[in-house]
Write a protein that binds this ligand. Structure first.
Ligand SMILES: *Cc1c(COP(=O)(O)O)cnc(C)c1O
Length: 378
């Protein structure tokens, strides 16, 4: 069978948002229609109820909606007390949004390398990177895997610093039965459409167990207002809108089931790839990952991606360039070689399709295409 013919038979898109939501379409349309009929579009009943429902799903006291995940990082740091010049230690291998958010809060970012097994912020490296000015550790639960919340919590505590989590990829992931989003002073979530819980546009939220942080978040997201037309301290504008909140409310009840399906697919891949000369990204013992992405590590990534593409299987790279090698962040003063684990991850990881709506034959097609690559090149 020619690769072209196989491609037609087994096409597996990396992302298919409309397909993923087909079963939820009725509930989403009803939610949109409810908001259109209400005539109320900013900070109303839908946002309030989504905040309650998401807080309850996470097991945290407060959730405050905002405009996107990047601003959620900035708001989380600011509400947790970040002042201009405060140092924030974050991993060198994350989405640029994590760093952009820290910068928006006026913080001074300090990069640290990742742990080679899980590719999340390495606690020992974070400790070495920290200085007397370090006030925050900002781990990212990358790919939906849980970062070392215990080690980083202890490190922060010993240094009189705080943990703020980036949960943009970890909606519903747990460690020892507790959801990510409750392990630090505050936690940032993104509802970018492709996230495990995604809106139909931009959206974000900050979770916290601290009532003062929650109150400050509510001021910051709307001009600094403590009451209508009155600002006690300076604020921004970063609001979740009613339409997005209503859509998120319609989708939230599916999150757990969808995460379970993601894990089922990941387990299928894990089993299919045992013994192949590729490296899996480990998940932390005691954690239940959200499997936002399923990266594998291969030495000849371009050939690997071409082989899969020829069989109709799309892949992605998360992420091709570590933070310190973006021209925008040259001012951090790093160069290639400074974060070898992050650099190697960026050079070798390739993400396979892992969407809850993938059918078993599609999962099998991905697994077979991966296996055939190594049979061909052996
Ligand atoms: C998606 C993402 C963000 C930013 O989210 P936006 O809603 O696009 O601003 C932040 N951090 C990580 C790790 C992400 O994956």
């Amino acid at each position: 069978m020619s690769p072209g013919a196989a491609g037609v038979a087994t096409r597996v898109a990396f992302g298919d948002l409309a397909g993923d939501d087909r079963a939820k379409r009725g509930a989403i349309e009803a939610a949109v229609s409810r908001v259109l009929g209400s005539g109320w579009f900013i900070l109303g009943e839908e946002v309030r109820r989504f905040e309650e429902e998401f807080a309850s799903a996470l097991g945290v006291r407060h959730v405050v909606g905002c405009a996107n995940g990047t601003e959620a990082v900035a708001l989380a740091l600011a509400a947790a007390g970040a002042r201009p010049g405060d140092e924030v230690v974050l991993p060198a291998n994350t989405c640029t949004a994590t760093l952009a958010g820290a910068r928006m809060a006026g913080a001074r970012p300090v990069l640290a390398d990742a742990d080679p097994e899980t590719l999340t912020l390495d606690t020992a490296a974070a400790g070495r990177a920290a200085t007397a000015a370090t006030r925050f550790f900002l781990p990212v639960h990358l790919y939906g895997g849980v970062a070392d919340v215990e080690g980083l919590g202890a490190l922060a505590c010993a240094r009189g610093a705080l943990v703020v989590e980036d949960c943009a990829q970890s909606h519903g992931a747990t460690w020892k039965g507790r959801a990510t989003g409750g392990f630090g002073r505050a936690a940032a979530f993104s509802f970018y459409p492709s996230k495990n819980l995604g809106a139909y546009g931009d959206g974000g939220a900050v979770a916290t167990n601290d009532a003062d942080v929650a109150a400050r978040l509510r001021e910051l997201r709307q001009y600094g207002w403590t009451r209508r037309d009155f600002a006690e301290r300076e604020g921004w504008n970063s609001r979740l809108d009613e339409l997005q909140a209503a859509i998120l409310r319609a989708k939230l009840p599916y999150l757990e089931r969808e995460n379970a399906r993601r894990r089922e697919i990941a387990e299928r891949y894990d089993a299919a790839f045992a013994g192949l000369p590729l490296t899996l990204v480990a998940t932390r013992p005691g954690s239940i990952p959200a499997r936002h992405l399923y990266p594998v590590r291969v030495s000849n990534r371009d050939a690997f991606r071409e082989h899969l593409a020829a069989r109709g299987i799309e892949t992605g790279i998360h992420y091709p360039v570590p933070l310190h090698l973006h021209p925008a962040y040259a001012f951090l003063g790093h160069r290639r070689g400074d974060f070898p684990v992050a650099e190697a991850a960026c050079d070798t990881t390739v993400s396979l399709p892992i969407r809850p709506a993938l059918a078993d034959p599609q999962v099998e097609a991905v697994a077979a295409a991966v296996r055939s690559f190594f049979e061909k090149t052996r």
